[in-house]
Design a protein around this ligand. Sequence first.
Ligand SMILES: Nc1ncnc2c1ncn2[C@@H]1O[C@H](COP(=O)(O)OP(=O)(O)OP(=O)(O)O)[C@@H](O)[C@H]1O
Ligand SMILES: O[C@H]1[C@H](O)[C@@H](O)[C@H](O)[C@@H](O)[C@H]1O
Length: 384
Amino acid sequence: MVATAAAAHKPQQQQTRVLIVGNYCHDVLIQDDTVKAESLGGAASFISNVVNGMSIPCNLVSKVGEDFKYPVDYTPIVIPTSKTTVFHAYFDLGILENGHQDRVLKRVCACDPIRPSDLPDVRSNFGMAVGVGGEILPETLERMIEICDAVFVDIQALIRVFDSVDGTVKLVKLEETEFYSMLPRIGVLKASSEEAVFMDVEEVRKWCCVVVTTGKDGCKVYWKDGELRISPFSANQEDPTGAGDSFLGGFVAGLVQGLAVPDAALLGNLFGSLTVEQIGLPKFDSRLLQRVKDEVQRRKMQCLHCERSDNELDFLKPVGHEQFHASLGSAKLIPPCSSQARPWTPSNSPKETEQTPIPHYTAQAKLLVNSVYEEPIQTVEGKP
Ligand SMILES: Nc1ncnc2c1ncn2[C@@H]1O[C@H](COP(=O)(O)OP(=O)(O)OP(=O)(O)O)[C@@H](O)[C@H]1O
Ligand SMILES: O[C@H]1[C@H](O)[C@@H](O)[C@H](O)[C@@H](O)[C@H]1O
């Protein structure tokens, strides 16, 4: 399944819609000094799980060691001299004051960074820079900006640093990183509310769209002229791991299919809520996925008739947004399919060669980078 020659594993040399860049990792969930679960991790795995579940073809660039132990659909580059990235998530060390259980993360092994030469030579419509262990280098993000119409970045790829003794994940201010000057050239920056305090949202929203996820409260979208809160879906939380990743997968899946930003963010909230209900990488029920796809198609048809006289409207809630929320919410309630229908897993997902007609995706990608932020941006040393 995995092979060693990096060059042979460049994604297929053809135009692709979604390019996901970030290392797979091994996740170990620990509570009371006991290993509660081990799972395939890494934002790339959670995101491709959602994007594939929505039948959207994508490419994925990831590096692992020869010890990589999970079956995956997108062959990673195997680095013989390196081990797979490993995170230990301690759930008992991270009880917050408000009682919300969060985790303390330690990166106990780090695979090699992803370099510009690891990326495909062809253009993609949507690029996703979604590193977890410091594998996205500034030059890698630069290259993604060159080869993608719009780049979506998870701030965890940019601001994480790792304790030199035990690998504990710490965060640094975004403006202190080399990535800060690239903000005017990215489409969307996604952060959790804990990460958002490491940037000046009021400043960053001048340069790119900012999405802050707020756990059970859903998310908030900021752009230069406005902001919107997007309603959550209820969930029985089992494990918060990957909720933000699945959110980003759902958000991009919505945009690829031509939904307006607020409707796409609802799809993000839906997949975030589905993810917290399972431990590790979630398995989505195939009936639920079909219903969600149907609702998205219906919503697209509805919105074709919506007036969109300027770009601003793509950020404002289109008529029927609340109804779309309700429809997605009821999709969550349908009972799981019977045992003869297989739940969706990475191994029965669509391949790049399966073509699903997806209109509007280029327009949406261009909207995010070219139209909303069309004024030339002045740069001062080290700042946008
Ligand atoms: N308890 C919950 N109930 C319903 N939805 C949730 C819950 N927790 C998370 N979500 C959904 O998932 C999204 C992402 O969650 P969150 O803000 O916790 O991200 P995160 O901290 O980046 O997660 P992680 O780092 O574990 O991937 C939220 O915006 C929300 O839509
Ligand atoms: O698998 C998880 C997941 O991708 C999380 O979003 C990330 O914060 C962790 O580092 C990773 O181990």
